[in-house]
Each structure stands twice: as structure tokens, then as C-alpha cells.
Design a binder for this molecule. Structure first.
Ligand SMILES: *Cc1c(COP(=O)(O)O)cnc(C)c1O
Length: 397
């Protein structure tokens, strides 16, 4: 049997819904529901506080972090889970900056997710040592890697267009310029093949609730390269990143390696959900997932361009430069997406004019792609989007 038929059957997908938004929030794996249910009853319920030892809750962030690490080519013992991605961006950036005390510039690009840039702004203000955040166009990153750059902080796949940076090449160029490379893999982990060790990346961060399907509020992850793991000095020096948390020392002493990137109590229930979701990832080969995603993306682009000439492709046409999403632009994009959702096809909208569709082969097939394209055609041809109700902006778009 086609492996993707098998994986699709492992997700709860609402009746009658085509879901092309797994790049924003992955669907529920049945196993996650069962795992969390059992974990709550047998561990939280029965063991209470003793679960930290008996059920291994304390090791969970690095144990499950290592399982996730395999998907992104991380060396064993160099990924830990916890907090949210914004927090992990702050941690990685603070540690990277500390490795380059004589340089003043953080280089990023305008395709980065705003939260990453906001966290950099806040950190710069706190450090108060004349640091600058330099945001250039994505295509200008390479030319901007001068000898003043302390840290190159980029998100590999642009959340709006899906444009993908060449991580290996830019990391190499950053190192040549004497800079540290921090990569955000929010739209890469579980979306495209990533090999952090081969790319020689210094720090990487990402979230698990998008392509990895850990559920809303699922923990983020952070990777620190082996050459830095025992050197970095955590800015968020919480007790669980301490060398011996239960010694209750009054002074902070960083824990061994990646353990020091922990901050406080881990989200045990949510990590249990992630662990069940990772079982599905271990059934597939990332290269197969990528090949299937490219196939489905090409089909979607062809179908939408043929059926809906008013929509403009807003993603790179070359699959090699695209992550696992396809975006189209239209000035009425918000209303069009609301109409599409009302017709059972879920994508999302990103200001100012982007209709975004996540292509996630674990549970999306050709039938979904064709349904999305034909529904979009009906909406465009019949101007079904042109209703006041579809223009009301919700809090989350
Ligand atoms: C989704 C996303 C975030 C979200 O951060 P949270 O702290 O998990 O809310 C941050 N950065 C990027 C690049 C993202 O794609």
C-alpha cells in the first residue's frame, strides 16, 4: 500500500474538509489523542509528583528532542524541547551574540517572521551595547555578509511566499565572513529535508505544531552545534538549565551541553502528543515526503493557474526554491479565503494579499488538491467571495 494512504488514515481529518493549513497547525494524530489520554490517566493521575522520576518526565525534553533531531540532521544530544519558538529565537540569538562580542550587527531579511525580528529588537534594547538589527531583502543577504556581521539570523522558508534559502551555502558564506548562523526551521522541520550537521549550522530553532503535528501550543525546539554546546552561556538561565537543579544553589551554573537551553518546567502532556506524532514521521523517509510534496505542489499550481487566471502565483515557480507551501496573491485574498473555508477547503491568509496553502503529504492527497482548485475556480468564476460576511476580519487570519 502507498505509505501516504497509511499515514493519512492515522490522522483525525474532519468529515468533508480539505485541510491545506498544516503549515500553520497540523491535524490531530489519533495516536496523540490516545497517548495523551493514557498519559494523563496512568501517569499524571496515578503517579502524581512521582511521575517526574517514574515516568521519565524530566528526561522527556531531550529524549524526544533527539527523536525530532533525526528529522533535521542534528547530532544526538543536541536538541532540546521547550517554551515557544519566540523564546527559543531569543535564546539562540543571545548566545550567538555572546560568541561575537566585538561585532555589532544582526543580519536578517524582510521575509523573516515578525516575531523573530521583534525578539531581536527586544534583546538589542536589553543588551544596550550598540547592536543593530539590519533587515535586507532576501536576495541581498549574501551580499550583506560583511565583516561587521555578528549573527546571520534567517528563517529558511518564508512564511508568506514559501521561498526557501539555500541553508548550506549561506551558512558557509556567513562563516567565511566570521559570523554565526542562526536558522529558524519553523517551515522546514517536517517540510523539507534538513541536515544541520552537514550544513555546519551553529544554532537552529523551530516549532512542532506546524508540520510536525504536536497540537496547538506544542513546544519549540532548539539545536546548538556540538562545538558551541559547552561554551554558550544561556541568557534565560532558568533552574532546569542549571547543572544540578535540585541542589538549589543560589548561583547559576549551566547544565551539560544542550540541557542548559532548558528554562523551566517542560510541557509534559504536550510533549507526549508530539512523541505520538513523531511515530508517524518515523514511518516515512523525508526524501519521499519531499518528492510527494513537490508533485502535489506542481499539480496545484497547474490546476489553479489554468482554472483561476485572476490569481497570481506568489511562490517561486522552481520547486527547488520553494518550501512545502504554495501561495497565490489577489487583492481580495482575505474574502476569497473566507469563501473557500466556507466551502470546506481550509487554507489561510497572510496580509496584505496572500492566500496560503500548505502541502503536507502525510495526510493530503491528489483528491484534496483537485477539490481545492475546483472550489477556488467556482468561487472566482461566481464571485462568491464578494460578500460582506467574508470581509469581517477575525482575530486570527
Ligand atoms: C510560526 C512561527 C513563529 C511562532 O512563534 P511562537 O512563539 O511559537 O508563537 C515564529 N517564527 C517563525 C519563523 C514562525 O514561522
Amino acid at each position: 500500500m502507498d505509505i501516504f494512504k497509511k499515514t493519512r488514515a492515522m490522522f483525525h481529518l474532519p468529515e468533508g474538509m480539505t485541510y491545506l493549513d498544516g503549515n500553520s497547525l497540523g491535524p490531530l494524530p489519533y495516536a496523540a489523542q490516545d497517548r495523551v489520554d493514557a498519559m494523563m490517566r496512568d501517569q499524571w493521575g496515578e503517579m502524581l509528583i512521582t511521575g517526574w522520576n517514574k515516568a521519565g518526565w524530566m528526561e522527556q525534553p531531550s529524549r524526544v528532542g533527539d527523536r525530532l533531531g533525526k528529522l533535521i540532521g542534528a547530532e544526538t544530544g543536541h536538541v532540546v524541547l521547550g517554551d515557544t519558538l519566540s523564546i527559543k529565537v531569543y535564546q539562540a540569538l543571545a548566545s550567538a551574540l555572546e560568541l561575537k562580542p566585538d561585532r555589532k550587527v544582526i543580519l536578517s531579511d524582510s521575509g523573516n517572521f515578525p516575531s523573530d525580528l521583534y525578539m531581536a529588537e527586544g534583546l538589542i534594547r536589553m543588551l544596550d551595547r550598540g547592536l543593530e538589527l539590519r533587515v535586507v531583502a532576501p536576495e541581498d543577504v549574501e551580499a550583506s555578509l560583511g565583516d561587521d556581521i555578528a549573527v546571520m539570523m534567517l528563517t529558511q522558508v518564508d512564511y508568506r511566499s514559501g521561498r526557501m534559502h539555500d541553508m548550506n551555502r549561506l551558512t558557509e558564506l556567513a562563516h567565511k565572513a566570521g559570523a554565526i548562523a542562526v536558522w529558524d526551521l519553523a517551515h522546514s522541520a517536517g517540510a523539507v529535508p534538513v541536515d544541520l550537521a552537514a550544513a555546519n549550522v551553529d544554532f537552529a530553532v523551530g516549532c512542532t505544531y506546524k508540520y510536525l503535528n504536536s497540537g496547538p501550543g506544542g513546544p519549540a525546539f532548539i539545536y546548538v552545534a556540538p562545538r558551541h554546546a559547552e561554551v554558550v552561556n544561556p541568557a534565560l538561565s532558568g533552574w532546569l538549565g542549571h547543572a544540578s537543579p535540585f541542589a538549589f544553589d543560589l548561583n547559576y551554573k549551566p547544565g551539560a551541553g544542550i540541557e542548559r537551553m532548558r528554562v523551566g518546567t517542560p510541557p509534559v502532556i504536550q510533549i507526549a502528543a508530539l512523541e505520538a506524532a513523531l511515530d508517524i514521521w518515523e514511518m516515512v523517509d523525508m526524501a519521499d515526503v519531499r518528492a510527494r510534496a513537490v508533485e502535489l505542489s506542481e499539480l496545484f499550481i497547474n490546476e489553479v493557474e489554468t482554472r483561476c487566471p485572476e490569481l497570481t502565483l506568489a511562490s517561486p515557480r522552481d520547486a527547488a526554491q520553494r518550501g512545502s507551501q504554495v501561495s497565490f496573491a489577489h487583492e481580495e485574498g482575505y474574502a476569497i479565503m473566507q469563501a473557500l473555508i466556507a466551502h470546506g477547503v481550509i487554507g489561510d491568509f497572510r496580509a496584505p494579499d496572500i492566500l496560503r496553502f500548505g502541502i503536507t503529504p502525510l495526510y493530503v492527497g491528489e483528491d484534496d488538491i483537485l477539490r481545492a482548485a475546483t472550489t477556488l475556480q467556482e468561487i472566482m468564476e461566481g464571485q462568491l467571495w464578494d460578500r460582506d460576511a467574508y470581509r469581517i476580519r477575525s482575530r486570527v487570519t
